[in-house]
Design a protein around this ligand. Structure first.
Ligand code: PLP
Length: 409
């Protein structure tokens, strides 16, 4: 739905105003409007007469009633909001999860016989899609080290139709040189997609940096309250046409209730991300001075891996980062995580509540090194934190007592 408007408003203002068209928040012919679009629960859309029914078949346009699968104002408002947040975007397609968005985007750009290049730090289900579903459809997936431009150049020279990036990696947090990778991919005429879930729809201007489109797990930052599964792909006009066609053929649709929840989350995205980022930075700084910690993997932290590229290319951060323990004893790591009182143990992230997760990035990569260059290679035990909206002083005190319990055993 609807091109990004290019208006030069600040992000905090944009997330409040985007997608609130009067025709979606009011009743035609009546003055006034409500703030949020109604939840339009609908399968059947009714036509005035047979001629209107026939006319409806002739067009396949955004923002027109047709049938429930093409959405209603609630979903259109969310699509338009996400499109307007991404400079250079033409439209957005919604999916029932982030993984469905990755699948929808990849299936829009590759066909049998094609080669797909996927960053080695990609989200695990993205890897599996390359090695599983796409392989059975005759697409060859090759993985590349996101930090090795020369190796990528050589791989692209062998031919590729699509490239899939993720920055920072959501377990290992390395930051690739997006414009440099895009430039090499362009020479080969490949599509470039990026999993934008870490920065979210406001933290990286991926299309301006040369990508054709971005994939977002709205489950994370946009939902923001750990009660919603949804994904989105946002693209240039050329990509958007393909995204939409593929999604329609796959029958992808999200419920209006979920779209309304995502819109509600979106309105507070900027304040939540600011708070999370500030807290995460303070906690990352504190961790970097702890004797139990070998390395902190937080691109927002001065001196941490990827900080320079993050500072150059990103416009925002978030509460998700990792660190590597000095100990190589998995039981010690389990003691540490189990002793945490304010951090839940679980997958996903981006909610208002903090989470901790033991990580083993080595098992989800095949070419890039783990632990990262510069980190003692015997230290392989990772911990990932998703910092929520709690007071960071309380979170630090909790981490401190958990380190003490880890050491005491
Ligand atoms: C969680 C996640 C996804 C998938 O989102 P779901 O809504 O859980 O399917 C995709 N990419 C990244 C980086 C993620 O963290």
């Amino acid at each position: 739905m609807a091109k990004s408007d290019g208006k030069d408003l600040k992000t905090g203002t944009k997330v409040v105003t985007v997608g609130r068209r009067p025709e979606w928040t009011g009743i035609p012919g009546q003055p006034g409007a409500v703030v949020n679009p109604a939840v339009w629960r609908a399968s059947t859309h009714l036509y005035e007469d047979s001629a209107a029914l026939a006319e409806g078949l002739r067009t396949n346009e955004d923002g027109r009633f047709f049938y429930g699968r093409r959405g209603s104002p609630t979903q259109w408002a969310l699509c338009e909001a996400l499109t307007q947040l991404e400079p250079g975007a033409h439209g957005t397609v919604l999916y029932p999860s982030g993984v469905a968005a990755i699948a929808g985007a990849l299936l829009s750009v590759v066909k049998p016989g094609d080669t797909l290049l996927v960053t080695d730090n990609a989200y695990d289900p993205t890897r599996n899609m390359g090695m599983g579903l796409l392989k059975t459809f005759g697409v060859e997936t090759k993985f590349f080290d996101p930090l090795d431009l020369n190796a990528f150049r050589a791989l692209v020279a062998e031919g590729a139709q699509a490239v899939f990036l993720e920055a920072p990696g959501s377990l290992s947090f390395e930051v690739c040189d997006i414009p440099a990778l895009v430039a090499l991919a362009r020479e080969a005429g490949a599509w470039v997609l990026i999993d934008n879930t870490w920065p979210g729809p406001t933290g990286l201007r991926a299309i301006e940096l040369g990508c054709d489109g971005t994939v977002n797990a709205l489950t994370k930052h946009v939902g923001g309250h750990s009660d919603l599964m949804m994904g989105a792909a946002t693209g240039t006009e050329r990509l958007y046409r393909r995204l939409r066609r593929t999604a329609q053929q796959l029958g992808q649709v999200v419920s209006p209730d979920d779209a309304a929840l995502a819109l509600r989350g979106l309105r507070t995205l900027e304040v939540r991300l600011q708070r999370e980022s500030e807290s995460a930075l303070a906690i990352a700084q504190w961790l970097s001075e702890r004797p139990e910690v070998e390395a902190v993997l937080c691109p927002m932290l001065d001196g941490a891996p990827g900080h320079d590229l993050w500072k150059r290319d990103f416009v925002g951060g978030c509460g998700l980062f990792g660190f590597v323990l000095k100990t190589d004893d998995p039981d010690a790591r389990a003691r540490f995580i189990d002793a945490l009182e304010l951090f839940g143990i679980g997958y996903s992230w981006g909610g208002f509540e903090s989470l901790a997760l033991p990580t083993n990035p080595a098992k989800d990569r095949s070419v890039a090194s783990w632990p990262p260059v510069g980190v003692d290679p015997t230290c392989t035990l990772g911990v990932r934190l998703s910092i929520g909206l709690e007071d960071p002083a309380d979170l630090i005190a909790d981490l401190k007592q958990a380190f003490e319990k880890m050491e005491r055993a």
